[in-house]
Design a protein around this ligand. Structure first.
Ligand SMILES: *Cc1c(COP(=O)(O)O)cnc(C)c1O
Length: 350
């Protein structure tokens, strides 16, 4: 019963097989391997973007920080949600890789930027000339940090505001495929057709060992990205092992299958838990993550039964009333089983 994070899950067997297969003979280094040529073609095809530049890195933080670095100058600001990963979980990497750009934190329910607030804040940014931080980029996350979804029209509206102001747009897609499968749209519809310029296309949380793609729809930014990736120490020499993971991921719809398994597990967990009286969802469950609350006694039963998950947002106090309502985050992965879910629900129910 492991619901701490989807990055605690194993890598998919198909990915391990592909790695083993790639581990024969010689291959060109630094991204010039033949597997990478096929990955680039495949991603361009999947995204209906024949000119897109495609790069692989090993962490989501790198994907986000390097993506933002090609959209934002040091004297500019990135508009993002107060609870975005780039603000709360990346140790200042976006600020570091952009050479000191600012983050402007926006509000909005369920970790989604409110379009009117973005418009107001963006319109009032940089209006006093040289004294002000200048507008740089918009960064949104789908699936959001609270497990909710931006719909395609919502993405389109935010991107239109950004483009009207002349700034670029970035999508943190650490859980890109979970969002895609839940929305039932195409990759193009969720990204460039809605106005997204650069995508962090996650793989690690959905069955890879550690690969994320960065997809840049405007090829004019490609060379700068390559230089920044190398300078930042993130150009892998034995790159074929990154390429092999991504190729396996995109073969026979594995990426879609794995995300659907994770989302289905999230739905089953929600269905089981919402039958329990003292259980409450704090945000709508729209993909593979639940932000929820239950009594201290229910937490104690689940923990004693061996369940693993994080209290959210902070630690639970050591002692207190049994019926005290305490919140947590539960994340399902592609490898979460029905048996794990049903056992967890039974412990919570008591
Ligand atoms: C996990 C995650 C990332 C990437 O994190 P790394 O630990 O750097 O791989 C980025 N954005 C979001 C929203 C995430 O959940």
């Amino acid at each position: 019963m492991y619901f701490a994070s989807d990055n605690a899950a194993p890598a998919a067997p198909e990915v391990m097989e592909a790695l083993s297969k790639a581990n024969t003979g010689y291959a060109q280094s630094y991204g010039n391997d033949e597997i990478m040529d096929r990955v680039t073609a495949k991603i361009r095809d999947i995204f209906e973007a024949p000119d897109a530049a495609v790069y692989l890195v090993s962490t989501g933080t790198t994907a986000n920080a390097l993506s933002l670095s090609v959209l934002t100058a040091p004297w500019q600001t990135v508009f993002c949600h107060r609870h975005s990963h780039i603000e709360e979980d990346e140790c200042g990497a976006p600020e570091f890789f952009t050479g000191g750009a600012k983050l402007t934190l926006l509000e909005g329910a369920d970790a989604k930027i409110h379009p009117a607030e973005f418009r107001a804040r963006a319109n009032s940014t940089g209006v006093l000339g040289v004294h002000n931080i200048q507008r740089g980029a918009l960064s949104i996350t789908n699936v959001t940090e609270m497990g909710t979804l931006y719909t395609v029209p919502e993405i389109t509206e935010l991107c239109k505001t950004a483009h009207d102001l002349g700034i670029g747009t970035h999508l943190d897609g650490a859980r890109f495929t979970n969002a895609l499968v839940a929305l039932g749209c195409t990759p193009a519809e969720m990204t460039w057709k809605a106005g997204i310029d650069v995508v962090s296309f996650g793989g690690t949380k959905n069955g890879l060992l550690g690969v994320e793609a960065v997809i840049i729809f405007d090829p004019a930014k490609a060379w700068e990205f390559e230089l920044r990736r190398k300078r930042g120490g993130h150009l892998f020499s034995k790159h074929r092992y990154l390429s092999a993971q991504m190729e396996a991921y995109l073969t026979d719809d594995l990426w879609l299958k794995l995300a659907k398994q994770a989302n289905d597990a999230g739905a089953r967990l929600e269905a089981g838990l919402t039958k329990i009286n003292s259980f409450k969802l704090l945000h709508p469950r729209q993909a593979n993550m639940l932000f929820c609350g239950m009594s201290r006694a229910a937490h104690a039963r689940a923990k004693a039964g061996g369940a693993m998950y994080h209290p959210w947002p902070g630690d639970h106090p050591e002692t207190g009333p049994d019926d005290e309502f305490l919140t947590c985050r539960l994340v399902c992965s592609w490898s979460t089983t029905d048996a794990e879910i049903d056992a967890f629900v039974a412990f919570v129910q008591g």
